[in-house]
Design a protein around this ligand. Structure first.
Ligand SMILES: [Zn+2]
Length: 61
């Protein structure tokens, strides 16, 4: 299972509407509109962290 970097939804590679090879990684898209959004600004979507959640550290000790 791959993740559409534009809308963050899960995409099955064999059912993806589009596929892009960018910076050595392959990205799959649920629809042509997500694909276009990515190709317009790939660095905007590809630059996000793979974990997505970010560090949620609270200073509790
Ligand atoms: Zn999408």
């Amino acid at each position: 299972m791959a993740t559409d970097p534009v809308c963050k939804m899960n995409v099955e590679p064999n059912k993806a509407a589009a596929k892009v090879d960018y910076a050595g990684q392959v990205y799959y898209f649920c629809s042509e509109s997500c694909h276009k959004a990515f190709t317009a600004e790939p660095q905007k979507y590809a630059g996000s962290s793979p974990h997505g959640g970010g560090s949620h550290h609270h200073g509790h000790q």
